[in-house]
Design a protein around this ligand. Structure first.
Ligand code: HEC
Ligand SMILES: [Cu+2]
Length: 352
C-alpha cells in the first residue's frame, strides 16, 4: 500500500467524486421551472457541477495527502526539504487540462446564452422599471399609448422581451422561476428574454442591494392563458379611458379648476394603483403589495391631514412593525399636487 500513493489517491478521489456528484445531482437546487429558458440553464448548471466536483475532490485529496504524507517527524525540526527544479511535463499537464476544461465550459455556456436569448418575431415587449423599492411595468400599445401597472401579467407560451430600466440606483430584475436575471441600471436599458411555459404566480425579486427596503423589493409575475391575458389587457385600458392611462402629468393639471370630489377620488385611485399598489394591499384598488401595511385595515378612521403627512413625509410617523426609509419620501416631488389631493381624497373615502 505504502508504495502506491498515487494509486491510493486516485481510488480515494474517484470514490469521493462519485459520492459528491450523486449528492450534487440529488439535491433539488432549483425553484419551479416556468419558462423555456429553465431547461437549458438547469442542464448547464448540472454539467458545471459534474465537472467541478472532481476538480474540488482532486485539489482537496492532494492537499490532505501532502499534509499527512510529508508531515514533519520528530528530529526533522532543522531539516530543509529536498531542492526542486520543476517538472516540465507536470507543468504542461496542469496548465493544459484546466485551459481545455475552461474553454470548453465557456463555449458551452455561451452557446446556451445564445440559445435562450434568441429573438422571436411575435415577441411581447414589456418595460420593467425598478425604483426604490418597487417594480413597475409598462406595456406599449398600438397607437403609441402604453399601459402602466404594478402587476406583471404574461400570456403562456408567448416570447417576452423585457426592457429593464432603473429610476434611481442599480437594481436587478430577477425571476427565479424563469431563470432570468439582469441588472437595472440608471441611464441605460438592459434586455432579457423569457418564454413562460407554465400557468401560475411566481416571485419577482430585486437581486441587487439597493437600499434599506431592498429585502422587500418584491413583486410577482402571473402567467395566464392568452385569452385571460387579452381580457386583462382590456380591463387595464377600458375603465381608465383616454385621460387616465397617461397617468401622471399634463392631462391632470389642465383639469385642476373643475372636477368634483368623485373625479378627484378617481384620479387618486388610479395614482394609487400605479404608484403605491406594489407595496400596499388595498382591496378597493385591487392591489396586493406586501412591503407596507395593508391599507384596507390600517387606515380606519384616519383624518385627511394625517393621510397627507403619511404620503408626503412618511418618516414622520412609522407604522408599528415597519421600518422607516422604505416608503419613498419624495412623493411631494414625483406626484403633482392634484394627484396627492386625489390620493388623500380617495384613501379617506375608502377608509371610512
Ligand atoms: C416601496 C414601498 C412603498 C411604496 C411605493 C409606498 N409605500 Fe406607503 N408605506 C410603506 C411602508 C414600509 C410603510 C410603513 C412605514 C411608514 O409608516 O413609513 C408605509 C406606510 C404608509 C401609510 C401609513 C399607514 C398607517 O399605518 O397609517 C400610508 C397611508 C401609506 N403608506 C400610503 C402610501 C401611498 C398613498 C403611496 C403611493 C403614493 C405609498 N404609500 C407608497 C411602503 C411603501
Ligand atoms: Cu432594488
Amino acid at each position: 500500500m505504502r508504495r502506491h500513493p498515487v494509486a491510493q489517491m486516485v481510488i480515494v478521489g474517484a470514490i469521493a467524486s462519485a459520492i459528491g456528484i450523486v449528492i450534487a445531482l440529488v439535491i433539488d437546487w432549483f425553484p419551479a421551472d416556468a419558462a423555456e429558458q429553465a431547461g437549458p440553464i438547469d442542464t448547464l448548471y448540472d454539467v458545471l457541477m459534474i465537472v467541478s466536483v472532481p476538480v474540488f475532490v482532486l485539489v482537496t485529496t492532494v492537499t490532505l495527502f501532502a499534509v499527512w504524507r510529508f508531515r514533519m517527524r520528530p528530529g526533522q525540526e532543522n531539516e530543509d526539504g529536498p531542492p526542486i527544479h520543476g517538472n516540465t511535463r507536470l507543468e504542461v499537464i496542469w496548465t493544459a487540462v484546466p485551459a481545455i476544461l475552461l474553454v470548453s465550459l465557456c463555449s458551452y455556456a455561451y452557446a446556451v446564452l445564445v440559445d435562450i436569448e434568441e429573438k422571436h418575431d411575435d415577441q411581447l415587449v414589456v418595460h420593467v422599471t425598478g425604483q426604490q423599492f418597487a417594480w413597475r411595468y409598462r406595456y406599449p400599445q398600438p397607437g403609441g399609448r402604453a399601459i402602466e401597472t404594478t402587476a406583471l401579467v404574461l400570456p403562456k407560451d408567448r416570447p417576452v422581451l423585457f426592457k429593464v430600466h432603473a429610476e434611481d440606483v442599480i437594481h436587478d430584475f430577477w425571476v427565479p422561476a424563469f431563470r432570468v436575471k439582469i441588472d437595472a441600471v440608471p441611464g441605460i436599458t438592459t434586455e432579457v428574454r423569457a418564454t413562460p411555459t407554465k400557468l401560475g404566480r411566481y416571485p419577482v425579486v430585486c437581486a441587487e442591494l439597493c437600499g434599506l427596503g431592498h429585502a422587500v423589493m418584491r413583486s410577482s409575475v402571473r402567467v395566464v392563458t392568452p385569452a385571460a391575458y387579452d381580457r386583462w389587457l382590456q380591463e387595464q385600458t377600458a375603465p381608465a379611458g383616454g385621460e387616465a392611462t397617461g397617468g401622471a402629468t399634463a392631462g391632470g393639471e389642465g383639469e385642476a379648476g373643475g372636477g368634483g370630489g368623485a373625479d378627484l377620488a378617481a384620479l387618486g385611485r388610479e395614482t394609487f394603483v400605479s404608484n403605491c399598489g406594489s407595496c400596499h394591499t388595498l382591496a378597493d384598488a385591487g392591489t396586493s403589495g406586501a412591503a407596507g401595511p395593508d391599507l384596507t385595515t390600517a387606515l380606519r378612521g384616519q383624518d385627511e391631514a394625517t393621510l397627507r403627512e403619511d404620503i408626503v413625509a412618511p418618516d414622520a410617523r412609522i407604522t408599528e412593525g415597519y421600518q422607516a426609509g422604505v416608503m419613498p419620501d419624495n412623493f411631494a416631488e414625483t406626484l403633482s399636487a392634484e394627484q396627492i389631493d386625489g390620493l388623500v381624497a380617495y384613501l379617506a373615502s375608502v377608509s371610512r
